[in-house]
Ligand binder design. Structure first.
Ligand SMILES: [Cu+2]
Length: 171
């Protein structure tokens, strides 16, 4: 970044206007870059604003390849957070799903993103939105802690941990 400032200063010098402008211009450029870097620094924290209120992973009988996770996420920031992907070491693939009733049948379909409103909450609950864990790589036993990484469209990811609750003991 400072190299860029130096280069701009040199360019300014090539300008046919007076030397005073040269110094002032360079100072303005320097201040602009300092302000821009501060803004970028702050922007990274603006997106680290999702808090896990509660949640769990549904424990399934042995041999099941898929299960689901349910949770309440709170957005403590002032901007909407759009989650676009999730991953976990316990499953090959994680997808955001939505349940729907079609012709009396309960179906689910994959959705591209989850939107957590600014200052609000998003609920993932049985029969509604959920996080699907596909192709489980290990058995999930009651009480196990499952790390899950949630990533937003800004490229920021954050980790949460959810306990496994057996489908038999589900709240
Ligand atoms: Cu699903």
């Amino acid at each position: 970044m400072w190299w860029d400032v130096t280069r701009l200063k040199v360019r300014w010098r090539l300008c046919p206007t007076s030397g005073d402008l040269d110094v002032m211009g360079a100072e303005m450029v320097k201040q602009f870059f300092m302000a821009a870097s501060l803004f970028l620094f702050a922007a990274q924290f603006v997106h680290a604003q999702i808090v896990l209120v509660e949640g769990y992973v549904r424990g399934m009988p042995p041999g099941q390849a898929v299960t689901a996770a349910f949770m309440t996420l709170r957005n403590t920031g002032e901007g909407e957070v759009v989650l676009t992907s999730a991953s976990s070491p316990v499953a090959d693939k994680l997808e955001f799903h939505q349940h729907s009733h079609e012709g009396g049948m309960m179906r689910m379909r994959r959705i591209d993103e989850l939107r957590v409103p600014a200052g609000g909450e998003l609920q993932l609950a049985p029969g509604h939105l959920h996080l699907m864990l596909i192709d489980l790589l290990q058995p999930l036993n009651e009480g196990d802690s499952v790390p899950i990484e949630l990533c937003s469209d800004s490229g920021t990811c954050q980790s949460i941990n959810l306990k496994v609750i057996s489908v038999l003991n589900e709240p």
